[in-house]
Design a protein around this ligand. Structure first.
Ligand code: NDP
Length: 473
């Protein structure tokens, strides 16, 4: 029997769809899923229901799986994050040969990936931590792929990964080498953080339309459809429009029957922690996670609702509010992407990764969840490892100048009526902070020196010279 080009371990949503994608590009695939007692044979079911006539072979046990793959082996793990990855690496390692390549395609923490990399390289194997975005459909038809780790592995997997990746408008694959260690998973973590914030921004706009303008799902659908055909065109806007069209069994819009309690997995939390560790303000991302946490406080919300706020219909010009809301969404999205790129830039400096921001913006242009017209425009303005120029770039500078009063107006109206807009407003505060030549941090420094003798710098002295005062004298 001919050996397979690649092995996929883990036949959940991603494993199955990526196997089919590899096979559709002409690669032969060996697949394996653990079999717990009493569990249905997932491998068999997948092979018999979805793989007829395709170059995908099911394997019964680990040894069989590993032996079905041609040397040097390329083995992709698509298992749950955390302990599962450690367990699987430990299971397969005894069967590997020197120069085999193990690729973790899940959402592992970048520090775990760095640990796995040194563990594997010390035994003569190669390891790649590979962020993949695009959900089930992307995995099947072409995701955005962010690989990093053992650079020697790139030469051997590049043609396969670029073949299965989405292509951008220039027909270039949305898959490029990110850098060493856990950089691929770091960039994927940031991608997911941006995703959280963009989703929350659309949700806040929906809330303003629903609770302030009393618009029906169909009316909101028309607005999102219009936005999606203009400057706010994005994958997330497109799926929002599609979601708003769907009816439940009672013929009512399904969206109106869904409980307003949002779940999350780990990557959003991970980026907030990493941002604090690296000293980078990613306020939009952190606020979007907080907003999901508040949404889960259903009992508390139900008790407090109507005690303090009684949202009434907006009495002002409805058309004008929709226009400024569109402007607000545009400006806030720029800040969300900018915060995402700024943590990648800081991470690259801190961890000594030579990461190319323009390349990352390019591989996010198709296949992934955060693809958008704004991101496409931003790609041209990002210099290698430099984000300072996003706001000062002529395209964005002029647009923000035109739109930022609408941004403020939207937030004022929402706040006055008791509609929470944590990401719309935190992005504006970030913008105002960045644009303030003077901030009240002088008072913070004085307070720190008062109680902790931390010292302060003075305006007319050189930077780095610290002064103390006897404040309570
Ligand atoms: P699923 O939950 O659909 O599948 C998880 C897979 O992991 C199953 O095959 C499961 O096997 C296997 N698994 C779990 N624990 C173990 C273990 N201890 N040992 C061996 N195998 C184990 O997950 P997805 O396919 O959705 O996700 C896979 C990875 O990809 C995750 O890291 C996820 O975060 C990431 N990802 C997911 C995306 C998505 O849209 N779904 C998008 C991008 C990344 P079993 O069936 O026996 O339980």
């Amino acid at each position: 029997m001919n050996k397979c080009d690649i092995g996929i371990y883990g036949l959940g949503v991603m494993g199955q769809n990526l196997s089919l994608n590899f096979a559709s590009r002409g690669f032969s695939v060996a697949v394996y899923n653990r079999r717990e007692a009493d569990e249905e044979n997932i491998t068999n079911t997948f092979i018999t229901t979805k793989c007829q006539g395709k170059k995908i072979i099911g394997t019964r046990n680990l040894e069989d799986f590993i032996n079905s793959i041609s040397l040097p082996r390329k083995i992709m793990l698509l298992v749950s994050t955390g302990n599962a990855v450690d367990e699987v690496i430990n299971q397969i390692t005894p069967f590997l040969d020197v120069d085999d390549i193990v690729i973790d395609g899940g959402n592992s923490h970048y520090r775990d990936t760095a640990r796995h990399l040194s563990q594997m390289e010390s035994q003569g194997f190669m390891f790649v931590g590979c962020g993949i975005s695009g959900g089930a459909e992307g995995a099947l038809k072409g995701p955005s792929i962010m690989p990093g780790g053992s650079f020697q592995a790139w030469d051997k997997i590049k043609f396969m990964f670029q073949a299965i990746a989405a292509k951008n408008e220039d027909n270039n694959p949305c898959c490029e080498w990110i850098g060493p260690e856990g950089s691929g998973h770091f960039v994927k973590m940031v991608h997911n953080g941006i995703e959280y914030a963009l989703m929350q921004l659309i949700a806040e706009s929906y809330d303003i339309m629903k609770r302030l303008l009393f618009m029906s799902a169909d009316e909101i659908c028309s607005v999102t459809s219009e936005w999606n055909s203009g400057a706010l065109n994005s994958y997330l806007m497109e799926i929002t429009r599609n979601i708003l069209k769907v009816r439940d069994t009672d013929s009512e819009p399904l969206i109106d029957n869904i409980l307003d309690c949002a779940a999350q997995k780990g990557t959003g939390r991970d980026i907030s922690i990493s941002a604090l560790e690296l000293g980078v303000p990613v306020t939009a991302i952190s606020e979007s996670i907080n907003a999901r946490l508040i949404s889960t406080m259903t009992t508390e919300r139900s008790l407090a609702a109507h005690e303090f706020i009684n949202t009434t219909q907006y009495a002002g010009d409805r058309k004008a509010l929709l226009k400024v809301l569109e402007d607000a969404l545009y400006c806030s999205q720029i800040i969300v992407y900018m915060q995402g790129f700024s943590i990648i830039a800081k991470g690259a400096i801190e961890y000594k990764w030579d990461v190319d921001l323009t390349q990352i913006a390019r591989i996010w242009q198709n296949g992934c969840i955060i693809r958008s017209k704004i991101l496409k425009a931003m790609c041209a303005s990002l210099k290698k490892n430099l984000v300072d120029n996003v706001l000062l770039n002529p395209t964005f500078k002029e647009t923000i100048k035109q739109k930022h009063s609408g941004w403020r107006k939207t937030i004022m109206i929402a706040i006055t009526h008791g509609i929470p807009v944590p990401v719309l407003s935190s992005t504006l505060s970030y913008f105002d902070g960045i644009c303030s030549e003077h901030l009240p941090a002088n008072l913070i420094q004085a307070q720190r020196d008062y109680f902790g003798l931390h010292g302060y710098e003075k305006i007319n002295a050189s930077r780095g010279i610290f002064f103390h005062s006897k404040w309570d004298r």
